[in-house]
Design a protein around this ligand. Structure first.
Ligand code: SAH
Length: 351
């Protein structure tokens, strides 16, 4: 933005002013930006638009979870979810229209892949959610945390996601601390290496299995980047130690009879030895025509106990918003041309 203002012969600090207007003062037109000269406002209104994705649907779950279906300019639609808790409010943000990775237990995968979201479309989700939550008649809620855990694989949309993350953390925009912004990935290794060089953010990794045999079935990307390579990449990520990188959160979906046995828990405990870790068990959220079932509560407890005995911090993720299909893995949106998965996946293949 600074470069843009410089290029039109303006002072770079205009960027800070405009960013504050957009993201903190809720401006929806250039005319509201009163500390900017009239001629510049005129110029900007001729050359730029302020428009967020339109809300097609705004559903609220019995547990207070909000899910927005947002329409993009090209007719595709994505989903964004707000999860209120006592001590925080987490926004779950999408990074792509659909997803190319084809994880067998995820409903977004079945939508196919259409395209990457732009930086504006990613940050636009915060913009819309923040305004809606501020205006909630039941009481304003604040977005204190962001997780890049909506539709898509954020590391396959690297540049746009990084720019959006920087805005989330910018004191002139959303000012979220790095600890409160989490990127979740299935493990796109080269992009993870790039991320380590580029910025600090909390990292969650969708592991879901303690060995390659099971992970190959669940996360096809594992055939490209098997577990040992992934773990090595994660160790390198942690080696650049900062407070945000003092551990990795491992996501592990609990699928009955597939990855939830005592033996799997013991393997997992061994696998992660020596890596500062938190383990996040996610009860599987079903969707139509899935072949998987959620592990029983007893099984999840037993699995957790084995990990806790081995010294790990384990959190069983509460299922939120499943009555409105807003829970993990249930986001579907509306993906127009789903056929581009092969092209996108080919790009991963090329490394
Ligand atoms: N592509 C990224 C971001 C998605 S995050 C990633 O894979 O990490 C969404 C999380 O929910 C991931 O851990 C994903 O594996 C998990 N998930 C997907 N489908 C699920 C389902 N049906 N039930 C529970 N968790 C699911």
């Amino acid at each position: 933005m600074k470069a843009y203002f410089t290029s039109i012969g303006e002072k770079p600090f205009r960027a800070t002013q405009v960013i504050k207007w957009l993201h903190q003062m809720n401006a929806s037109s250039v005319d509201q930006m009163t500390n900017i000269s009239k001629p510049l406002r005129q110029f900007l209104s001729e050359h730029a638009v302020i428009r967020a994705p339109a809300i097609i649907m705004d559903q609220q779950s019995a547990d207070g979870t909000h899910k927005w279906l947002l329409r993009l300019d090209d007719g595709n639609a994505i989903e964004t979810v707000f999860i209120p808790e006592d001590d925080r409010g987490t926004l779950c943000v999408s990074s792509q229209v659909g997803c190319a990775l084809d994880c067998t237990f995820c409903s977004t995968a079945r939508q196919g892949f259409n395209r990457n979201l732009t930086t504006a479309e990613i940050i636009g989700q915060l913009w819309v959610a923040k305004r809606t939550l501020q205006a909630d008649p039941k009481g304003a809620r604040v977005i204190s945390n962001v997780v890049m855990m909506g539709m898509g694989e954020p590391l396959l949309n690297f540049d746009n996601v990084v720019d959006a993350l920087k805005l989330m953390m910018d004191d002139n925009a959303y000012g979220l601390s790095k600890r409160r912004v989490t990127l979740s990935t299935s493990g796109v290794l080269p992009a993870l290496e790039r991320l380590a060089e580029t910025m600090d953010v909390s990292l969650a990794v969708s592991l879901h299995a303690p060995n390659d045999e099971v992970r190959d079935q669940l996360v096809p990307l594992n055939r490209k980047y098997p577990i040992q390579e992934l773990l090595a990449g994660c160790r390198r990520f942690l080696a650049k130690k900062t407070t945000e990188r003092n551990h990795i959160t491992w996501e592990y979906v609990m699928l009955e009879g597939v990855n939830d046995q005592d033996e799997h828990a013991r393997q997992l405990a061994k696998l992660l030895q020596g890596i500062p870790s938190k383990i996040n068990l996610i009860p599987f959220n079903p969707f139509p025509e899935t072949r998987y079932k959620r592990s029983s509560n007893n099984r999840i407890h037993r699995f957790r106990d084995i990990l806790v005995e081995a010294g790990y911090t384990v959190i069983t993720r509460k299922t939120r918003g499943d009555d409105i299909d807003a829970a993990c893995g249930q986001l579907a949106g509306k993906v127009n041309d789903k056929s581009r998965r092969e092209i996108h996946f080919a790009r991963i293949e090329q490394g």
